[in-house]
Design a protein around this ligand. Sequence first.
Ligand code: PEP
Length: 248
Amino acid sequence: MPNRPYIVGNWKMNGVRAMLAEARAIDRGAARHPGVKVAIAPPFTLIHAMAEDSQSIAVGGQDCHAKPSGAFTGDVSAPMLKDAGAGFTIVGHSERRAIHGEDDAAVCAKAEAALQAGLDVIVCVGETEAERDAGSAEAVVCGQLDGSLPRSESATAHLTVAYEPVWAIGTGRVPSLDDVGAMHRAIRARLGAIYGEAAASISILYGGSVNADNAAELLRADEVGGALVGGASLAAESFLAIVLAAEG
Ligand code: PEP
């Protein structure tokens, strides 16, 4: 495995300032597991306070705009995230792709903007259930990698890929370990084709209904370098159990 296991919590549109106490508990817990890299992507409104408060976890955004500034009402740019204390941002989450109509080119532009602003970036890919049933999951995911990944110089040093089958997100359903391993191997191969040897340093996370009970098994699958966790990241107890599982 190229790096320390990387466990990232995606809080989505959940959390007001009272939730900072949960983040503090996660931060304290993460300090006891230095072998695991732990991060939370809270809503934009909590990034600054959480970053100021955290010693052991990284704090990041869930999305950013492709432009650094301008007339884009309601959007938040990568330099703004950086200024608020973020160290990374997620881009291309399936909820952004589906609900906000973001295609691969838009995701790629956001990833480049994040790198340009000095942020690390997690690019999400994943097939729908219909695509898996049709036997095209690997082709879909590899197409997303081709279209969404940033190509700027030294991108690989700041890049993480998250494989999140859309049908596993928030559903309690997970792919078989064989399917997780097969997809992660296919992603590793595609990263090699795109970036060459530099691809070896890129962590590939699994995301989709990871919880305290299934984390240890999922994290043992081939080429799984960590997890992107939604629901189970909202409480310190369940999130830290996943961190513990990552320590092995
Ligand atoms: C996610 O939204 O990135 C996610 C993996 O959610 P959940 O863990 O709740 O399936």
